[in-house]
Ligand binder design. Structure first.
Ligand code: SF4
Length: 469
């Protein structure tokens, strides 16, 4: 059987703000995971439209398309194109799960929720001549899931081909997150067998790894065993957790011993009331400063995530948040315009309050205001969002953030990482065009490697940086 698995490009790629490097980081692991269920003699290709051209003059036996909210229009057009040629099309992913009735006219078969168990069931049904129109992934387990078909991933097109996922979902229930809608009807958080996760890590060449799990520290026994198994492997890795995950027990030290060097942390807002309203209870009452200090003492860089436009946010939220993030020495920051994704509790509330402005999914890209905020206008929200990025990544603020660490090593690491991520766009574009991302990986690894730590006061760099700021 000839199978084509496609990740269509997001509408963000047509925006003047498009940053090719942002979409050349991680390969589509979900599609590589589906491919692992196919027969070895099936002819399979994975096309990620963000990094390679998509041709549509072929006629595979089966086309599978992963649908996110801002590629839904393109995904449906592709699906219609192939179906018009008589090709069987399957659609799955977050957006299809949220709005199956919207997706149904474009597909022969829909996959709702995680497809780890339903895709093999579909293949068996297909062989037996009785495939169903809809598969709902209520069976939740990663036991027995075969290794990803990484041979189908073109490693040279990605900065981080060694991305990896060892769990599904998250133990929490933030009301703006897709997670609960996607995992409705079954377990919302489950993990691989530790031995399988370690075996997958062993298969990855080089040193660097990026765990794309929503919450790498979310299951303590699993994470402890994983980090114990990784100790001594000489890996350097990045991942995501919560403020609570950092503060609780000594798991974070174990992660660092195993090679953790940077962490994505969802602070989201500095307003405790907004946290409660958003049901981000795991952040409520948690000492953000203590979590940051703990990570900084361990030499772990922080990418802080923030959402603007939540109820309670006024026009001052942008400068307050940026100033706080810079003063705390967050190495990078990811800002979002609050976006009520269909299927979430947040969407239901905003819609019930009559504040939804439209259902043009192309614009649900967390950069545009698609609902009426309470404390500001939509223009203020969007302008504040862009201003926050500009302000956070001004050289003066990068220098100020670097100075917050108090040691040469950490300050230099901050400067190198933050500067390389946001200030070298032409270089990244050239490297991507030349298909030379592979050559940048040693650089990334050397920045992530632990640098000698000096006590504050032993050198004058932080002072110099402070003056520069
Ligand atoms: S902690 Fe993150 S992944 Fe988990 S529910 Fe909240 S936003 Fe979603």
């Amino acid at each position: 059987m000839k199978v084509k698995l496609v990740l269509p490009s997001l509408t963000e790629c047509d925006s003047p703000h498009f940053r090719p490097i942002k979409y050349s980081l991680f390969p589509p692991l979900g599609l590589a995971s589906l491919a692992s269920w196919l027969d070895p003699d099936d002819e399979v290709e994975i096309v990620d439209e963000h990094v390679m051209p998509l041709t549509t003059d072929d006629e595979p036996d089966l086309v599978g398309i992963e649908v996110y909210i801002t590629n839904a229009r393109r995904a449906y057009a592709l699906a219609d194109h192939y179906r018009a040629k008589g090709v069987r099309v399957i659609l799955g992913g977050l957006h299809v799960t949220s709005l199956p009735e919207e997706a149904a006219p474009h597909a022969d078969h829909l996959f709702l929720g995680p497809a780890d168990a339903t895709f093999p069931k579909f293949l068996a049904d297909l062989k037996a001549g009785c495939p169903q129109p809809r598969y709902v992934g209520t069976e939740r387990s990663l036991i027995g899931v075969p290794p990803l078909r990484r041979d189908l991933i073109r490693r040279e097109l990605y900065l981080v081909p060694n991305s990896i996922v060892v769990s599904r979902g998250c133990p929490h229930h933030c009301d703006f997150c897709y997670k609960d809608a996607f995992f409705e009807g079954g377990k919302g958080f489950y993990v691989q067998k530790v031995d399988d996760a370690l075996a997958e890590i062993e298969r990855l060449p080089g040193k660097h790894l990026y765990f794309l799990d929503d919450h790498l520290l979310g299951n303590r026994p699993f994470a402890e065993a994983l980090f114990a198994g990784m100790k001594g492997m000489g890996r350097l890795f990045q991942g995501a957790s919560t403020v609570d995950g950092v503060l609780r027990g000594d798991l974070i030290e174990k992660a660092v011993d195993a090679g953790l060097r940077s962490l994505f942390l969802g602070f989201e807002t500095l307003d405790p009331r907004a946290l409660k309203t958003a049901n981000k209870t795991q952040n409520v009452g948690r000492d953000y400063d203590r979590a940051i200090r703990r990570l900084d003492d361990l030499g772990v860089m922080i990418n802080g995530s923030f959402v603007f436009g939540l109820d309670g946010d006024g026009p001052d939220v942008f400068s307050r948040t940026v100033d706080w993030a810079v003063s705390r020495g967050l190495t990078t920051a990811t800002f979002h315009v609050a976006t009520p994704y269909p299927g979430t509790a947040y969407f239901k509330r905003i819609e019930a309050e009559g504040r939804l402005l439209h259902r043009d999914w192309d614009r649900y890209d967390t950069r545009q205001a698609v609902f009426q905020p309470i404390g500001m206008t939509t223009t203020q929200l969007e302008e504040g969002y862009w201003r926050s990025y500009r302000d956070f990544y001004r050289w003066s603020n990068i220098a100020r953030g670097a100075a917050a660490h108090g040691t040469w090593g950490r300050s230099l690491k901050h400067l190198a990482y933050s500067g390389a991520w946001k200030k070298l766009e032409p270089l990244w574009d050239t490297v991507i065009r030349a298909r030379r991302l592979r050559g940048m990986r040693p650089l990334l690894e050397s920045v992530l490697r632990t640098v000698p730590v000096l006590r504050a006061g032993e050198d004058d760099l932080p002072t110099a940086l402070k003056e520069a700021a």
